[in-house]
Design a protein around this ligand. Sequence first.
Ligand SMILES: Nc1ncnc2c1ncn2[C@@H]1O[C@H](COP(=O)(O)OP(=O)(O)O)[C@@H](O)[C@H]1O
Ligand SMILES: [Mg+2]
Length: 284
Amino acid sequence: MSNNFQHANKFYQSNNNEVSLFRQAAEQHLPVMLTGPTGCGKTRLIEHMGEVLSRKVITISCHDDLTSADLVGRFMVTGGDVVWNDGPLTRAVKEGAICYMDEVVEARHDSLAVLHSLTDHRRTLYLDRAGEVIEAPATFMLVCSYNPAYRSSLKELKPSFRQRFVTIAMNFLPPEREAEVLVAEAGVDMSVAKRLVQCATSIRSADDVFHFEPPSTRALVTAAKMIAAGADELEAAEVCILAPLSNDGAVTDGLSEIAAACLLGASRSEITDNNKQRQSGAKR
Ligand SMILES: Nc1ncnc2c1ncn2[C@@H]1O[C@H](COP(=O)(O)OP(=O)(O)O)[C@@H](O)[C@H]1O
Ligand SMILES: [Mg+2]
């Protein structure tokens, strides 16, 4: 079975069994929790599943000011009339869409209480203020995501909340597949993509020493796009992969060495003429 899927304008490279698990959860009307580092493909998976299951995806970016009224809706005064306005969660339930609550760990526990009746056998949304009770249609699905390893976050989800979900733990793709993503997303040569991935893999394995968020696939795609636009590889790695990781000069120097070893130490024969020119410019 092929691992990559091409939609009208989006490409999804699967990692493991996440697509079949997601599909099985959807079939059984179960809510899904996606965990994994930032930029590893969680949002891309949801977009892919929206296409596969032919369902609309309604995304809610969670933050600590998010109230339950922001989710379900509120009465508003329009032209002298007081009318009820559905929030995004209510719209997703009514439309039988996939409601994607991104970074759900950022939301306050009391705002999330409204999800309880939707995430158990009731599959019902109670709009207390509007006096409405909405049973979710079969196609409604709640999907949440968060990054459990985010070390500076003091927030945690309640275990009782987490146990309501089928949890799909995601991680970065294996190197060859991650390189394919860079080729597909940025149009760079496979040899360039492989060097960038090698660079990220080395930094990720040094992560235990440095204690920072590991460089994401998103950062690699950005670097690849810079290279496609003419930046040299080391420069692109510097501004897209290394600089965002740390403000500590000593750490940055250590990382630059790793990057240089991966990008400049690459077998010269692999590097196209074009790249050779860029690299000689970079060495100054
Ligand atoms: N499995 C994948 N297939 C295709 N592209 C991916 C994949 N994983 C990451 N990407 C690329 O990385 C970017 C960031 O992924 P995203 O899904 O937004 O990460 P997350 O939601 O986990 O923070 C995407 O826009 C895409 O370019
Ligand atoms: Mg995301």
